[in-house]
Design a protein around this ligand. Structure first.
Ligand SMILES: Nc1ncnc2c1ncn2[C@@H]1O[C@H](COP(=O)(O)OP(=O)(O)OP(=O)(O)O)[C@@H](O)[C@H]1O
Length: 407
C-alpha cells in the first residue's frame, strides 16, 4: 500500500511536468480518436515510439478536467490494486477523462478501469506489452475498448519532425534512419542499441525470468539481421542449440509482445496451415534494424520491404506472404477481400525482372486479381502481361497515391 502523500506528490509532480513539453510533432494517430467515442482507448506499441507523448497531445486538446498518472514513476513503485480508491479520491468527482500510462504494471488494473467506464468516464491507457494488456482486455473489458497501435514516426511524421521536404533523398534517409524520435534528434546509433538492450534484458528477460539472456539476445539479433526472410522454431532451435522448440516459441512470442518484431504468416485457405507454416520476420523500425545489424549496409532492398510491411500494418489489413512456385512479398486483405498484391524490390532490372514478375503474376492468377504492384525505390512504369496490369511504383509514390491518410 502506498501513502496518500506520496501518491499526491506523484500526481501533482507529473501534472506539472505535462505542461513543460512544447513543439511536438503532430501524430497521424491523433485523427483516429473520435471525441464522441465512449470506448476505453488503448494505446500500445514498442517502447519509445511516442505513446505517452501522444497521450499528452490528446490531453492538450482536452477542454474538460482530466486526471493523469504514469505508473512507471518510481515514487509509486509499490502501487497496488487496493490503492485505486485512494487515487480516485485524490482525483475527485469532477474529472471526466482519465489518462493512465503503463497501467498494466498494476495487477488487477482492469477492475478499476472498468468501474470508471461503468461510471460513464472516458479512459485512455497506454502499454508496451501486448499480452499483459490483451489478456485483461479480452476478458474484463471485452467490447468496451478500442486498440491503437503506435509505430515510430511514419515518413510524413519524419519529414515534419526533421523539418525536411518530401524528396527521394529524404526518403532514403528515412529508410535507413527510421522513425524513433530520440534517434532522429542526434542520429547516435547507441540510442537504438540501448533500446534493444532495454527491451530484451529489462522488458523480456527480467519479466519472464530468463536466465540464458545471451541466447535470447543472439536469437533477437539473428532475427533482426534476417528481416524479410522466413524463420521456423526448429531451425532457430538447431542454430542456437536451444533444448526445446517451446523455449524458442516463447522467445518469439515475447519479442512479438514487445512490438519489436512481427511475424508474417504464409497465405493458405486453411487456418491450421497458416499457424503451422514458417513465418517471415519484420522489425518495428528500419533504422532500428540497421543500427543493430551489419547486414543492411549493402542491402537496402530488405529494409525497403520491411518498411512496406510497416506501412501496410498501419492500415490494419490482414497480411500474408504468398509462396507457391514463385513468391509474392505481400498479400493484403481488407474486409476478407484480397485488396493488394505487392512485390518489393529496390529496382527492377534484367537479372531480377523474371523472378519478381513470375511470383506476382502467379499470385494475381491465384487471387484472381487484374492489378498488382511492384514497389521500388524510384521506378515508375506500367506493364501489361496477359491482360494483367502491373504498376511499378516507388514506395514514396505508393504512399502519396494509394494510401489515404497515414503513411
Ligand atoms: N510527437 C512527438 N514529437 C516530438 N518528440 C516526440 C514525439 N513523440 C515522442 N517524442 C519523443 O520521443 C521520446 C519517447 O517518447 P515517449 O516517452 O512518448 O514514448 P513511449 O512510447 O511512451 O515510451 P515508453 O514505452 O518507454 O514509455 C521522448 O523523448 C519524446 O519526447
Amino acid at each position: 500500500m502506498i501513502l496518500k502523500e506520496d501518491l499526491q506528490a506523484a500526481v501533482e509532480g507529473q501534472r506539472k511536468s505535462l505542461s513543460k513539453i512544447k513543439g511536438l510533432t503532430q501524430r497521424e494517430a491523433l485523427a483516429k480518436f473520435s471525441p464522441t467515442s465512449t470506448h476505453i482507448e488503448v494505446i500500445t506499441g514498442v517502447r519509445r515510439s511516442g505513446k505517452s507523448t501522444l497521450m499528452r497531445q490528446i490531453i492538450e486538446e482536452t477542454t474538460t478536467d482530466f486526471a493523469f498518472l504514469n505508473f512507471e514513476d518510481p515514487r509509486i513503485f509499490d502501487f497496488e490494486i487496493g490503492d485505486f480508491p485512494k487515487l480516485d479520491g485524490l482525483f475527485g468527482e469532477e474529472v471526466s477523462i482519465y489518462f493512465f500510462d503503463e497501467i498494466q504494471n498494476v495487477k488487477g488494473w482492469e477492475v478499476f478501469v472498468r468501474q470508471l467506464h461503468d461510471r460513464g468516464r472516458k479512459v485512455f491507457i497506454t502499454g508496451s506489452n501486448a499480452s499483459l494488456l490483451s489478456s485483461e482486455l479480452g476478458t474484463k473489458l471485452t467490447g468496451r475498448h478500442l486498440s491503437h497501435e503506435i509505430l515510430p514516426f511514419s515518413y510524413t511524421e519524419f519529414l515534419a519532425y526533421c523539418n525536411l521536404e518530401n524528396s527521394n533523398e529524404n526518403f532514403l534517409d528515412y529508410l535507413i534512419s527510421g522513425g524513433f524520435p530520440e534517434y532522429l534528434r542526434d542520429r547516435n546509433p547507441e540510442v537504438l542499441q540501448n533500446l534493444l538492450k532495454d527491451i530484451v534484458f529489462r522488458d523480456i528477460a527480467i519479466r519472464h525470468g530468463i536466465k540464458n539472456t545471451q541466447t535470447l539476445m543472439e536469437i533477437t539479433l539473428f532475427l533482426i539481421a534476417n528481416v524479410g526472410k522466413t524463420t521456423s522454431f526448429n531451425s532457430l532451435r538447431k542454430t542456437f542449440n536451444v533444448g526445446s522448440p517451446s523455449t524458442v516459441s516463447d522467445y518469439l512470442a515475447w519479442l512479438q509482445d514487445s512490438y519489436l518484431l512481427f511475424f508474417l504468416p504464409k497465405f493458405s485457405w486453411s487456418q491450421k496451415s497458416i499457424s503451422k507454416n514458417a513465418k517471415k520476420v519484420y522489425c518495428v523500425d528500419t533504422g532500428f534494424a540497421k543500427a543493430n545489424s551489419l547486414s543492411f549496409s549493402k542491402d537496402s532492398g530488405r529494409l525497403l520491404e520491411n518498411l512496406v510491411y510497416l506501412i501496410l500494418r498501419k492500415k490494419r489489413m490482414d497480411l500474408f506472404y504468398f509462396k507457391e512456385k514463385g513468391e509474392c512479398d505481400f498479400v493484403a486483405f481488407e474486409s476478407k477481400q484480397c485488396k493488394w498484391l505487392i512485390q518489393v524490390t529496390e529496382r527492377v532490372h534484367a537479372d531480377n525482372k523474371k523472378g519478381e514478375l513470375d511470383g506476382l503474376t502467379e499470385a494475381m492468377s491465384f487471387f484472381e486479381k487484374k492489378e498488382g504492384f511492384i514497389l521500388t525505390l524510384d521506378q515508375e512504369d506500367k506493364l501489361i502481361i496477359e491482360g494483367k496490369t502491373i504498376h511499378l511504383v516507388s514506395v514514396r509514390g505508393f504512399i502519396e497515391n494509394f494510401l489515404s491518410g497515414d503513411s
